[in-house]
Design a protein around this ligand. Structure first.
Ligand code: GCU
Length: 670
């Protein structure tokens, strides 16, 4: 790979850290792959940051940075008993003591995380803290790659898959290590290598050897490998007459397959399963339930401490509102899943829209462990062409109050084990990474990988803090730059909601590709629930999906007071108005404007916001390298063109129903 600007991700900024005191050297005893990584990171990182060579020392002395775990020989001298008890496996402690800076952790991986945290502090202009303890909120912080074995990537907009299956295992690309490092630096500790629409071949001996070679590269970075499996693998790959999860031969086939995997990869994480969803096979093909299917796999994995992540992304073209279906199908199974099964639920009840309310399964399914699935790749948010920072979207979801146990039971505390004391806690993000020189297509799309990792570690971090952190490490610590660009990032998702799907509209994207606007789309013979009109329901009387008690009654899936708020258009937050209600074009909003006029304003505002982003970026010329400056500038031009396209297409189409003019003070479609 050509190492262009942007290849180094959030390690790109090599400005010298002048504010902080630099250690005279660092001390870390012992040898291991992980310790070698820590050594290299510190040696390079510190030497670059301070502009002077800082090396690993043979002795502990004042002024040094000391890295230590309880297993180390010197532990008794520098750690008090019980001092690290609360840190568990992945946490770390930073403290200043006896004239030294100390990074302590229970494990080597904890030390690695502590190291990256220290380097992040330096790179963002912070000092070594007097005392700081960090422990991740979710135990498993996982990326889901939707990568196919032919190296195409489902909903991937950054080139081909990183995994060069044809070369593995004999040639191991150096990029795998960079990938593992980037993940470790933000605390991501798991990766599902292949698409949820899984090819059974991934479990063949031929591929397992390749998977093993990746797992070997990732291991010292604390990154575990998981695989998506196809539920009919016993038949398709194993040649059995059935894949019925209660069939003896099928059970045995999975047991043997799992044993073969663990023989190669002793720390294998487990399976991700998309079953009976969008045409994929599953236990229902044999008259079995999701629970029966998941439990059979869970039993095969249990002896090795593996887990099953069973997806709840299910819906069918029936009379029932798509937004209600996952809840209807999974709630009756609550309590039936094994301890090592975790049900993976997308943030919203439909599908990764620019804005959705949270999925009501969070909080309702109280006897099953749930994990959120976020989408880092911008399937419905302009691909890698639009600058859309998702830190705000992720936070809105994690902070959303479910009211499951009264006020203040947000999705985050439902899924991180605080409320229901789950034995596994996990979170997944669908990756936006590919083999493009800058990994993610858009330079700013890297911030979404970064933000996902940081929030998986600590969902309490504010989105603006993450944005600023990322900007400083990726471009420059110049205050003017950081202030202006973090404002752009913080506003960017709202701008996209405005120019694509304001006021609770959703799924207006073209059928299949999900890129540009196609609210009029009608494909003969295609599934009605894949057509935009299913969602916007625009007609002469108004627009929006009536999910209130007079409609599909999806509102009843939420706890009160949300249920009654969402049910009443007067009380429903306006950002979800047309998600829950079908309202007349002249319906009056809180600001006194009619629904039609407000739609016109929102669409226009979205376009204006992008213009501002462009103006702000132009003032950054010279503050960042020319290559990235130009590339972002050109993407912003595309974004502006397409924001106008969205506005014009949607307003002109909806106008055929509203039959009202676009207010004359707004820019008119040409
Ligand atoms: C969306 C997406 C598909 C994907 C599916 C899933 O529908 O468009 O490409 O396979 O989600 O999450 O399983």
């Amino acid at each position: 790979t050509d190492k262009v600007d942007g290849y180094a991700l959030w390690f790109s900024n090599t400005e010298v850290a002048t504010a902080a005191t630099h250690p005279t050297g660092f001390y870390l005893e012992g040898k291991s792959d992980t310790r070698a990584i820590i050594t290299a990171e510190l040696q390079d990182g510190l030497s670059n940051l301070f502009g002077t060579e800082i090396k690993r020392q043979r002795k502990v002395s004042k002024g040094i940075l000391l890295l230590i775990t309880p297993q180390d020989k010197l532990a008794a001298n520098y750690l008090k008993s019980g001092e690290l008890d609360k840190l568990e496996e992945d946490g770390f402690l930073l403290k200043k003591e006896n004239g030294m800076m100390v990074i302590a952790a229970n494990t080597e991986i904890g030390l690695l995380y502590g190291t990256f945290h220290y380097l992040r502090l330096l790179r963002t202009g912070e000092q070594f803290p007097v005392r700081l303890e960090e422990r991740p909120k979710f135990d498993r912080r996982i990326l889901n790659h939707w990568d196919n074995l032919d190296r195409t990537v489902e909903r991937g907009y950054a080139g081909r898959s990183l995994w060069q299956w044809d070369e593995l295992p004999s040639k191991v690309d150096e990029r795998y290590q960079e990938y593992a490092k980037a993940n470790a630096s933000v605390g991501i500790n798991g990766t599902v290598l292949n698409n949820v629409n899984a090819n059974p071949m991934i479990l063949s001996e031929e591929y397992l050897i390749k998977v093993k070679s990746l797992a070997d590269v990732f291991r010292p970075y604390g990154l575990k490998v998981y695989l998506s499996i196809n539920f009919s693998s016993p038949a398709q790959l194993g040649g059995l007459p059935t894949s019925d999860p209660l069939d003896e031969q099928v059970i045995e086939w999975w047991q043997q397959k799992v044993a073969a995997i663990y023989k190669e990869i002793p720390d294998f994480g487990g399976f991700l399963v998309k079953a009976n969803s969008e045409g994929l096979p599953g236990p229902q093909d044999f008259g079995r339930t999701h629970a029966e299917g998941a439990n059979m796999l869970a039993d095969a994995l249990a002896p090795y401490h593996g887990i099953v992540m069973w997806r709840a992304f299910v819906y069918n073209p029936t009379e029932e509102d798509r937004a209600k279906q996952a809840y209807n199908e999974f709630l009756p199974l609550d309590g039936q899943f094994r301890k090592n099964v975790i049900v993976q639920v997308k943030n919203g009840p439909v599908d990764f829209q620019p804005r959705e309310p949270f999925s009501p399964l969070f909080g309702r399914m109280q006897n099953t462990t749930l994990m959120p699935e976020l989408q880092v790749t911008q399937e419905y948010l302009g691909f890698s062409n639009h600058l859309v920072y998702l830190g705000t979207l992720f936070k809105e979801f994690l902070d959303a109050d479910t009211y499951a146990k009264g006020r203040n039971t947000p999705v985050s505390s439902i899924s991180d084990g605080t409320v229901f004391k789950d034995s596994i806690t996990a979170i997944a993000g669908v990756a936006n990474i590919g083999s493009d020189p800058n990994w993610c297509g858009h330079h700013f799309a890297q911030s979404n990988w970064y933000a996902y990792g940081r929030l998986a570690w600590n969902h309490q971090l504010p989105a603006h803090k993450i944005a600023a952190e990322w900007l400083k490490q990726t471009f420059t610590t110049d205050q003017q730059f950081v202030n202006a660009m973090s404002r752009v990032m913080m506003e960017s998702r709202e701008a996209t909601v405005n120019y694509m799907t304001p006021l609770g509209l959703h799924h207006l994207m073209g059928w299949g590709h999900h890129y540009g606007p196609e609210p009029w789309c009608a494909v003969p013979g295609a599934r009605p629930d894949w057509m935009p009109s299913y969602y916007h329901k625009a007609d002469i009387n108004g627009i929006g999906f009536n999910r209130s008690s007079t409609g599909s009654n999806a509102t009843a899936q939420y706890f009160d007071p949300l249920k009654s708020m969402y049910d009443n258009p007067q009380l429903c937050p306006e950002e979800y108005l047309l998600w829950f209600h079908h309202l007349p074009w002249d319906y009056t909003l809180h600001n006194g404007k009619t629904l039609w006029t407000e739609l016109c304003y929102r669409y226009s505002e979205g376009v204006d916001q992008v213009k501002v982003f462009q103006d702000v970026w132009r003032t950054m010329k010279g503050k960042v390298d020319e290559q990235r400056y130009q590339e972002v500038e050109s993407k912003l031009e595309t974004q502006l063109k397409e924001a106008s396209w969205w506005r014009d297409a949607c307003l002109l189409y909806f106008q055929t129903f509203s039959q009202q003019p676009i207010p004359s003070e707004l820019a008119r479609p040409v």
